[in-house]
Design a protein around this ligand. Structure first.
Ligand code: HEC
Length: 148
């Protein structure tokens, strides 16, 4: 009895293998599509360079803004209703600052135009274009990735 059952199973085995094989192929295709996406789409390099630029912003650019702009550009300051209201936390404020610059074009960035006294800035000249502080902010803008 037992041996017959085993033989019966063996008769069905090839069909089972075909089904299993098809299933494996389908799963493999699914894995093929699913696999690479997070690795490439996640942008390992982009993420890394963003971290570097964040560090540059937090360590070098943000302190300049706090020193030269926060008198007015902070809660309760003359520019409290402008788009530049510094909180004291560079990581939090970075997006707000990025929104005021044109990546790759420092001289065409509103942040630096205003900081240089342009566009009738009420704060007048806070970062003279020949100052090292202007250069720090300018270098940072120049290194920002141009695509969002
Ligand atoms: C003495 C006060 C004062 C200082 C200091 C000052 N600003 Fe301003 N700034 C203002 C005021 C008031 C406004 C809002 C009125 C306007 O947009 O013309 C303004 C507007 C701006 C704007 C336009 C924001 C918007 O909403 O469109 C930018 C950009 C800017 N300032 C950048 C800077 C930078 C960068 C610094 C520091 C390097 C700085 N400001 C320092 C007073 C100041």
């Amino acid at each position: 009895m037992r041996s017959r059952k085993w033989l019966g199973f063996l008769d069905l085995a090839p069909a089972a293998l075909v089904v299993a094989g098809l299933g494996w192929v389908i799963l493999s295709c699914a894995d093929f599509h699913r696999g690479p996406a997070p690795i490439d789409g996640g942008g390992g390099q982009d993420a890394a360079s963003t971290v570097v630029k964040d560090l540059m912003f937090e360590a070098q650019v943000y302190p300049v803004l706090l020193m030269r702009c926060a008198d007015c550009h902070a809660v309760g300051g003359d520019a409290k209703t402008s788009r530049l209201v510094l909180t004291g936390n560079g990581r939090v404020d970075r997006a707000m600052v990025v929104a005021l610059v044109t990546p790759g074009d420092p001289a065409g960035s509103e942040l630096l135009i205003r900081a240089g006294g342009g566009d009738a800035h009420p704060g007048d000249i806070r970062l003279p274009p020949d100052s090292p502080e202007y250069a720090t902010v300018s270098d940072w803008i120049a290194m920002l990735p141009t695509a969002p």
